[in-house]
Design a protein around this ligand. Sequence first.
Ligand SMILES: Cc1cc2nc3c(=O)[nH]c(=O)nc-3n(C[C@H](O)[C@H](O)[C@H](O)COP(=O)(O)OP(=O)(O)OC[C@H]3O[C@@H](n4cnc5c(N)ncnc54)[C@H](O)[C@@H]3O)c2cc1C
Length: 380
Amino acid sequence: MRDLTIEPATLPPACEALRAEVRAFLAEAMVDVTPAMRTRNWSGASAQFSRQMAARGWIGMTWPRRYGGHERSALERYVVLEEMLAAGAPVGAHWVAERQSAPLLMRFAPDTLAPRIVPRIARGEAFFCIGMSEPDAGSDLASIRTKAVNTPRGWVINGRKVWTSGAHRAHYMIALVRTGERGPDRHAGLSQLLIDLHATRGITVRPIVNALGEHDFNEVTFDDACVPHEHLIGREGDGWRQVGAELAFERSGPERYLSSTQLLLEMLDAADASNPRDAVAIGRVVAHYGTLRQMSLGVAGLLARGEQPMLAAALVKDQGALLEQAIPDIAHELFGGRAPPGSTLAQAMRDTALAAPSFSLRGGTREILRGIVARGLGLR
Ligand SMILES: Cc1cc2nc3c(=O)[nH]c(=O)nc-3n(C[C@H](O)[C@H](O)[C@H](O)COP(=O)(O)OP(=O)(O)OC[C@H]3O[C@@H](n4cnc5c(N)ncnc54)[C@H](O)[C@@H]3O)c2cc1C
């Protein structure tokens, strides 16, 4: 069996100064953000909030200046992210673009698409969605059927994506599509395309209402939608390798254990300090937060050193989702009979309980992540 070591990263003093700056910003910017909105965590979206962050240089913090970035460290970026998430800030509009779309474009289309699009992401002007899952292809992503054909006009796309978070507010999608035959290598023949959702005809975005009764994800249909040749990201047929790199970004951040934080804060407010049951249960959760934060920070440290911590990121996401999902259950055990109806605690308990099942589905299911961990440890 192979070893897995996640060295704890230490935050340099500059990070703590930045933390104070972010907290001061949040104290003002969050005045009108309701507790219900905070409970949405990074699913909550406000284009105006994203632009406020951009104005402070907090989108694209680590990117090169030539792409509109700010050339700061991955650990500084981590501090901004964890403060935003802990406060329940509505960061969802730019989240996907910042976390994975821009890094993908800079890596695989550094001279063509990235100089044109990435500075707009850094300014909080271009939002993205992820077009991977399809009605019959989620965990088994290699079996996608959306097809793009290379014609003299450009890439003509036909097919259907599903569960596409934020497609209704995004300007672009990065879609994984089939551009060649599957053949004996089931990962062959896949490519990634940049799709301008506003400028391309033949695209229909239909809402899918989630368990909370809200519109966050969508079904996106392509009927002869045509995108320019230069919107191919990287090389034709390299889609599978590129998606692997993208998923490492998608799984590595602190959002993978902080989704239920607003509920935890409500629980802390409502807890009775003289009641050992409250103290033990909440103390245990907070201890888990401490451990996961060290692990997550360790992953940020590995990324900062240019490593690709697929295994460590999968582990943090799996363990993080377990904690995020346990919190509503613990809240119901402790406060089920006590939370006044209509209180912010009762609302956070309800909303987090309804959102929680998705935590171990989005970004790769629990079983898939554990498969990655097992493979990484040499167990399969
Ligand atoms: C809130 C939310 C937001 C999302 N946003 C996006 C988005 O923006 N873009 C996008 O492309 N997708 C998005 N998704 C889709 C998500 O990536 C898929 O739901 C996920 O990959 C699982 O695919 P599936 O739903 O088809 O389930 P399936 O793959 O059918 O899995 C069903 C169950 O079977 C298990 N299973 C599947 N294969 C195996 C196996 N080989 N071994 C063991 N168990 C297995 C799974 O773990 C799961 O429990 C989102 C999902 C959610 C819940």
